[in-house]
Design a protein around this ligand. Structure first.
Ligand code: ACO
Length: 280
């Protein structure tokens, strides 16, 4: 370890009002992802995933960075020095928590407060939604130091950007700001830095009102159908809804009841009142 930070201190988190605020916490290294940080992030995700007081997880960064990507010294140079086993271990640890996040039980939001480079595109894509400060900077800087955008970054670029933009972004190694990232579809919205947390909180609060089984089924469906033919997607979605019904068969009935019988809300304008579920 080249910093004084313990492994446990590489990730910080607080839970308040149903939202887990998880922070990359190596600001002195611009939150670069070291093997220690990758291991700790997996532990934190594990600890939060099924907590009843966590309905939404927000991933953000301490200091001026979201994350400056992989730690060039600790993740690349030092693990390579350990041979193939060291390299593969480090890859497994980072790819592992990104995969975990892609299929997380709760909806996830990337709150990109600053620099977001290279390997950072893995967790950026893993989060279901993304909001950035206009001042944030995004870049596939790999080309600038002599590698291709690996660890999924090339895949993320073509998933989220048009072919021409992905190619330009990856070949040129230039940064784009939050506003451009929103225009290009890398994030949902860009806001002035001082409004970022307020907006993310607003979005999280809306999500917290929704049926949690429907949220998990929906976020998985949107990811899964990307790579399916129409017919396969149609079939998958029938089965996915039936599987969701086995976890919560009453929610959608209650949603229909409050609209049709009680006339207390309109699904076109917002969510039904979950607190009444099981009372009628
Ligand atoms: N890996 C290792 N150390 C890093 C990284 C990184 N990715 N990013 C920053 N640091 C360290 C610096 O070495 C420096 O350490 P030191 O204080 O011990 O000298 C410290 O963090 C602060 O960095 P500065 O460069 O001084 O910070 P500054 O605010 O001037 O610049 C910037 C920020 C632009 C993010 C710059 O640090 C940078 O270019 N970092 C590398 C970004 C990058 O290309 N990441 C790899 C992407 S490719 C991939 O992830 C596979």
């Amino acid at each position: 370890m080249s910093t004084d930070r313990t492994e446990e201190q590489t990730v910080a988190y607080t839970v308040a009002d149903g939202i887990a605020w998880v922070r990359f916490n190596r600001p002195e290294k611009r939150n670069a992802m070291s093997p220690a940080l990758n291991r700790q992030m997996m532990r934190v995700l594990d600890a939060l995933e099924f907590r009843d007081d966590v309905g939404v997880l927000v991933l953000t960064g301490e200091g001026s960075s979201w994350t400056a990507g992989m730690d060039l010294k600790e993740y690349f140079r030092e693990t390579e020095a350990q041979g193939l086993a060291g390299t593969r271990q480090a890859q497994r640890e980072s790819y592992g928590w990104w995969r975990r996040l892609r299929w997380y039980q709760k909806p996830t939001i990337a709150m990109v407060n600053g620099w977001c480079f290279g390997g950072g595109y893995g967790p950026l894509f893993a989060c279901d939604l993304a909001f950035a400060a206009e001042e944030a900077r995004f870049g596939l800087s790999e080309i600038n130091w002599g590698i291709l955008p690996g660890g999924g970054a090339s895949k993320v670029a073509v998933e989220l950007l048009s072919f021409r933009r992905a190619m330009y972004h990856a070949l040129m190694g230039e940064n784009i700001d939050g506003k451009t990232a929103a225009e290009w579809g890398l994030v949902n919205e860009a806001l002035p830095a001082q409004r970022l947390q307020e907006r993310v909180t607003e979005v999280a609060k809306v999500l917290l009102q929704k049926n949690p089984v429907a949220l998990k089924a929906t976020k998985d469906a949107i990811r899964r159908v990307r790579e399916m033919s129409y017919d396969n997607a149609e079939d998958f979605l029938v089965r996915a809804q039936e599987a969701a019904n086995s976890f919560d068969n009453e929610g959608r009935k209650e949603g229909i009841r409050q609209f049709i019988d009680e006339k207390t809300y309109k699904p076109g304008l917002g969510a039904y009142d979950k607190s009444k579920q099981g009372q009628a």
